[in-house]
Design a protein around this ligand. Structure first.
Ligand code: THU
Length: 142
């Protein structure tokens, strides 16, 4: 699957965002080593601070399928529900740390493809550039 295809899947996932408070929809898609894809969307909460990000939902769903160590790439897209937003969205700090767990388990440096809900402005980063000197599962092994 190409980055463009993974972004298209993330855009479809963003349609399921539950974002009545921020009105900012985010979709994520993680690509697995066997070509499978797992998606997520942000899930907000009336207690705002409990809201879940799309990337975290996607990674947790992959984990619930026993696939945490099998993630090879991520696409994340987002933008205002009522707007035209083509600005690339990059993962928040917490999501970078959540992604790092999967990356270290699988011993991969993940490409992170970022885009808006529409348009062709795409930024691709390595997770190691987004979260340098990361703390992860390796640090807890003696
Ligand atoms: N959000 C994500 O889903 N992922 C990110 O990486 C950044 C922010 C969500 C959280 C909240 O529901 C909305 O976007 C506005 O912050």
């Amino acid at each position: 699957m190409t980055p463009d295809q993974l972004i298209a899947v993330a855009r479809a996932a963003a349609a399921h965002a539950y974002a009545p408070y921020s009105r900012f929809a985010v979709g994520a898609a993680v690509l697995l080593v066997d070509g499978g894809v797992v998606t997520g969307a942000n899930v907000e909460n009336a207690s705002y601070g409990l809201s879940l990000c799309a990337e975290t939902v996607a990674v947790a769903t992959a984990g619930a399928q026993g696939r945490l160590a099998d993630i090879v790439a991520l696409a994340v897209v987002g933008g205002p529900i009522d707007g035209a937003g083509d600005a690339p969205v990059s993962p928040c700090g917490r999501c970078r740390q959540v992604l790092n767990e999967a990356a270290q388990l699988g011993r991969r440096d993940l490409p992170v493809h970022c885009a808006g809900l529409t348009g062709d402005r795409i930024k691709t980063y390595r997770l190691s550039d987004l979260l340098p000197h990361a703390f992860g599962p390796d640090d807890l092994r003696s």
